[in-house]
Write a protein that binds this ligand. Structure first.
Ligand SMILES: Cc1ncc(COP(=O)(O)O)c(C=O)c1O
Length: 402
């Protein structure tokens, strides 16, 4: 096999980060956020959101660090967050007292009760929070909670616009929910709809329809629900309702419609590998894992094979060098130096992972191996503080949600 690496071990971009981390980093696995690239991604999103005449809602679970969210929210000029987890929600209400919070999934009513029990501070749930609900049965449970707390809950209804991950599928069910809300104005308030459509931009086999065809179907469904609510429950309909849609893969498509009032975007701000999608071609990768090389041990040696291991490095030049890095086994792909790979035969390790490369990889002990996360929401939580870098220098330490 040919070496997968060509020439210098790092591009100038990673050479600079390697120097910085060796001089000033903690020399353990870290998660880097590149602020120059993040700025670019925020601006790309905001240009689209402005063209569309909508608002931006940041998906908190995909950017799970309060300072990271705050940084993006300030540059984008938005107070809107989408939360998916009661402990994070409680934290948001305290950390961002003027936020506008919408749940991104229906939580068990007990979670909502815990939110109210824990809630402190000036954030006002009756005007700043929308619970996302999916069935008349759950709405009934939330009504009882509101009655018990003697408060009013704002209700956003989850629509199934084609994802088939639950949510309201037909007008009869929607009608039952809106009727219940309308009958209990002291305890329930209709706040809007949420219709999530990532499949529009994720790429499905062509036979199932082009992105444009899928998008048209999504909007036909969304429009049908809006039309029904406006006509059949006119007293609940008012300007300023939250008509939420999209996610990172599909937000650009929504420049083509005027029904929704806001798009949700999270992961596209950092662009991990699973978001290398045509719809996000203007976005740049802005999150990397960096981990130091602890050991460099030469040609690959597999315990059970002993002497026969030499065959592996003879056959595959990308197994001529062996490194053990600090940690490993992350949901991530090797990025730099080029041509590195983990070794399935030796086994993966979260403690000291074997990494193989060709002799041109040029890596030495204490050099950094850079990886790109495949997704952000769980990977960002695995390294302690995020390290924000600008122009190759570490400029901030940002804590993550716990
Ligand atoms: C309801 C909802 N909206 C939007 C998103 C988009 O998040 P992201 O932009 O991070 O893909 C998600 C992701 O799971 C979601 O569940």
């Amino acid at each position: 096999m040919r070496p997968a690496d060509h020439g210098a071990p790092y591009s100038e971009y990673f050479a600079k980060l390697n120097r910085e981390l060796k001089a000033r980093g903690p020399m353990r696995p870290v998660l880097l956020i590149d602020l120059d690239r993040l700025d670019h991604n925020i601006d790309v999103v905001m240009q689209s959101v402005r063209r569309a005449g909508k608002h931006l809602r940041l998906v908190e679970k995909s950017l799970p660090s309060p300072q990271l969210l705050d940084y993006i929210a300030r540059r984008a000029g938005t107070r809107r967050l989408m939360s998916f987890h009661q402990p994070f929600l409680s934290h948001d209400a305290e950390r961002f007292p003027d936020a506008d919070l919408l749940l991104g999934k229906p939580l068990p009513v007990r979670s909502a009760q815990l939110f109210y029990e824990n809630h402190r501070g000036t954030f006002n749930p009756t005007t700043q929070l929308q619970w996302l609900l999916d069935t008349p049965e759950r709405l009934q449970q939330y009504l009882q909670l509101a009655q018990g707390l003697n408060t009013r809950l704002r209700i956003n209804i989850e629509l199934d616009v084609g994802l088939h991950r639950g949510g309201v599928q037909d007008q009869a069910t929607l009608g039952r929910m809106l009727t219940l809300i309308g009958a209990n104005p002291r305890h329930l308030e209709f706040a809007g709809f949420m219709g999530y459509d990532p499949f529009v931009g994720m790429g499905v086999p062509g036979i199932l329809g082009s992105p444009e065809e899928l998008f048209a179907k999504v909007m036909t469904r969304y429009n049908g629900f809006v039309d029904y609510a406006r006509r059949q429950h006119a007293t609940l309909w008012r300007p300023g309702l939250t008509l939420n849609t999209a996610g990172s893969p599909s937000y650009r498509m929504h420049e083509n419609e005027q029904l929704s009032s806001e798009v949700s975007v999270g992961t596209a701000m950092l662009k991990p590998t699973h978001y290398d999608l045509p719809s996000l071609s203007e976005h740049q990768p802005a999150a990397y894992i960096a981990s130091p090389v602890l050991k460099s041990t030469g040609a690959v040696k597999i315990p059970a094979l002993d002497g026969k291991s030499a065959l592996l490095s003879w056959w595959d030049v990308n197994q001529r060098e062996t490194f053990f890095i600090y940690g490993g086994n992350w949901m991530a792909e090797f990025e730099s130096p080029k041509g590195l790979q983990s070794n399935g035969l030796y086994g993966r390790s979260s403690n000291q992972e074997m990494v193989n490369g060709s002799s041109t990889a040029g890596l030495k002990v204490d050099d950094q191996v850079f990886l790109r996360p495949t997704q952000t929401e769980s990977v960002l939580l695995q390294f302690g503080d995020l390290l924000a870098v600008r122009d190759g220098r570490i400029v901030e330490n940002w804590s993550v949600y716990s």
